[in-house]
Design a protein around this ligand. Structure first.
Ligand code: FAD
Length: 319
């Protein structure tokens, strides 16, 4: 069953989570160690992020610096297959526009289809760390909506090579990203939601949101989406605060605010253990309210750490 079939066939809200591929040089064991504690909660699906290349400068002889392209967390497609194989749970690979030509995207989709993976979260991806703006890869897509179009075409048996006749049609269920606090590049929320609707109209079956800590922002976003005619399920994304550094990291990297009540409690903590307790308590409160307000599921960002997610999800999903 793909993600939307699971949502539509379930009477209860779904629990799902996202993992990141291990750093290059590490084995897959560390990833399984992060997944194992969450499996008793019966996740409906597990997402695996995609990380594009970065440019670093390597010191060479005589002090020269060489610009080198490296991908620090490769393996999304094979990790999805490994998770499906080991845990018998559906996986959702993230596919991004950045770093991919359309041809490479098509080939990745063909690989996924052969591996019996029929879900994709279609994203644009962030700019390369050393670039101020997102630059599309040569022969690649500008926006996530273009990627959604390409996947939809493949679902209709239309490949890039128009000479291919009677080709196999894939059956991908497509998810896209939404931003309760607006995407940081968007001039305003209305325009951001207009483009979100375009992704849905192009063929996305559901939306997973960026992490947020203030439920009122999610509810207001969901209302605006409804008013704009978006009718697909909107699944909130939740990440518990787990370190002192998250106080500044979350706003800086995810462009989200931390409510005053949360920062007030966090500022009183004297170590990371206390921070985790505050983060878990906040996460439980947030999730309980979201479930009460009828969300189709809650999607957790683990970022390689599953204990806090286990505590929150174990409590609110009552497994
Ligand atoms: P888009 O929907 O293309 O939107 C990008 C910006 O362009 C927005 O400001 C939007 O308003 C605007 N826009 C959209 N369409 C148009 C148009 N037609 N004309 C003009 N403007 C337009 N990043 C990764 O690199 N790897 C991951 O695995 C990953 N996973 C994520 C998972 C989730 C749940 C979320 C919420 C984000 C994730 N990201 C990931 C981050 C994401 O790639 C970035 O937030 C990126 O900057 C935007 O991606 P998008 O798919 O929302 O882009």
């Amino acid at each position: 069953m793909n993600v939307i079939e699971r949502i539509e066939s379930s009477d209860a809200p779904l629990f799902s989570f996202e993992v990141i591929p291990p750093l290059k040089g590490k084995g897959i064991g560390s990833l399984f160690d992060a997944i194992d504690p969450l499996m008793p909660l019966s996740p409906s699906f597990i997402n695996v992020t995609y990380h594009r290349e970065e440019f670093v400068y390597k010191k060479r002889e005589k002090g020269y610096l060489e610009k080198v392209s490296i991908r620090k967390r490769p393996g999304t497609v094979s990790i999805c297959a490994a998770i499906q194989n080991k845990y018998n749970v559906d996986t959702v690979p993230h596919l991004i526009c950045g770093g991919f030509s359309k041809e490479e995207t098509e080939n990745a989709l063909i690989d996924l289809n052969f591996l019996d993976i029929h879900n994709v979260l279609a994203l644009r991806g962030d700019p390369i760390k050393t670039e101020p703006h997102f630059t599309p890869t040569e022969g690649g897509h500008n926006y996530a909506v273009d990627l959604v179009h390409q996947i939809r075409e493949l679902n209709q048996g239309k490949y890039l090579d128009e000479d291919l006749k009677g080709a196999h049609a894939t059956n991908f269920c497509i998810g896209v990203a939404g931003y309760p606090e607006k995407h940081f590049e968007s001039p305003n929320m209305d325009l951001d939601i207009k483009y979100l609707k375009e992704k849905v109209d192009a063929g996305a079956s559901y939306i997973i949101t960026q992490l947020f800590f203030d439920n009122s922002k999610f509810f207001s976003f969901r209302k605006k989406c409804e008013e704009a005619g978006i009718q697909v399920p909107i699944i909130p994304g939740i990440k518990p605060i787990a370190r002192q550094a998250h106080l500044t990291f979350m706003p800086k990297f995810f462009h989200v605010d931390l409510p005053e009540a949360l920062t007030h409690d966090l500022m009183k903590c004297s170590n990371d253990k206390e921070i985790v307790e505050v983060g878990v308590a906040w996460g439980k409160k947030q999730c309980a309210e979201l479930l009460k307000e009828g969300v189709a599921g809650i999607h957790f960002f683990t970022m390689g750490k599953s204990e806090a997610v286990k505590e929150i999800a174990g409590s609110v999903f009552k497994v």
